[in-house]
Design a protein around this ligand. Sequence first.
Ligand code: NAP
Length: 325
Amino acid sequence: MVAAVRVHKFGGPEVLTYEDIAVPPPAAGEIRVKQHAIGVNFVDTYFRSGLYTPPGGLPFVAGNEAAGEVVDVGPGVTEFRRGDRVAYVQGPGCYSQERNVPADRAVKLPDNISYEQAAAMMLKGMTVEYLVRRTFKVEKGMNVLMHAAAGGVGLILCQWASHLGANVIGTVGSKEKADLARANGCHHTILYRDADFVGRVKEITGGALCDVVYDGIGKATFPASLDCIRPLGMFVSFGSASGPIEAFNINLLQFKGSLFATRPTLNTYAAKRGDLLSIAGELFAIVGSGAVKIPINQRYALRDAAKAHRELESRATTGSSILLP
Ligand SMILES: NC(=O)c1ccc[n+]([C@@H]2O[C@H](COP(=O)([O-])OP(=O)(O)OC[C@H]3O[C@@H](n4cnc5c(N)ncnc54)[C@H](OP(=O)(O)O)[C@@H]3O)[C@@H](O)[C@H]2O)c1
């Protein structure tokens, strides 16, 4: 038996139940991982609340990202062996001391990436890689707006876009978050709870507006985000921290300047093993070079997963949060 955090019914953080579960031997194509660190992500709250449906139904082990050591391999696995250091995005199922993972979803960790760093960045950092290099190629001199710039995805994206030479504008919920975002590559911050962020983006860009807006907030920033984008620019809606965007008339994109809009997920971008390895490789390279750092600003014991969710959802966290089994 191993300790895990399960959800038996959908609801608030209180439904996260710390208990012992049995983990069967790894099936064909699976590896068994002894987890050393587990990432906490907003998507974990979507599954917990029932906004997203867990593929195997209830009950399920929460969590979508972790790093650890291979302790067993199932039949047919040739790429991994016992003792390998690995990390992966595969959920739900990660809030557990040990679990089985499909081997084709795991990647080997380079020696210079720690378990904690990996658990804090596989989901968020690979997301940033595809957002700034694949969904829209951020280039030198571009204006980029990132909402929730001091969050987990936010701090990584600000550093990466700044490294690419972009002028990075970030919205944040407090002065402390503004300081943190600026220390992590964000050139201009906007306190969007107090100020009209569209007006501030116009001022900051001298009316040119942004080439791309990365919006993980959803309901609360839509459709205003569209007014921050230059004609023919790109709206990237990649999350719903404030609730999902409601149905809208596609003609809106015409009136806002022939905009492009997309709603991407890491699952699609990393669906093929070759793409997963390429995205992870780019992330390991940029973190290994020191150009992008992974701020881990909250650490919790696995049994305190409910506290981690409460703090994430109440906008009390910055950077990445991890659980320690
Ligand atoms: N599509 C993908 O592939 C993908 C992958 C990873 C993450 N995501 C999305 O990226 C976003 C960020 O994820 P994360 O894990 O890094 O979280 P996070 O940014 O660390 O936390 C969410 C932040 O959103 C802001 N926020 C604004 N309104 C909010 C509200 N009503 N409730 C809660 N927070 C609110 C808060 O920052 P302020 O106080 O500064 O406003 C909060 O700190 C989420 O929407 C997530 O679903 C998408």
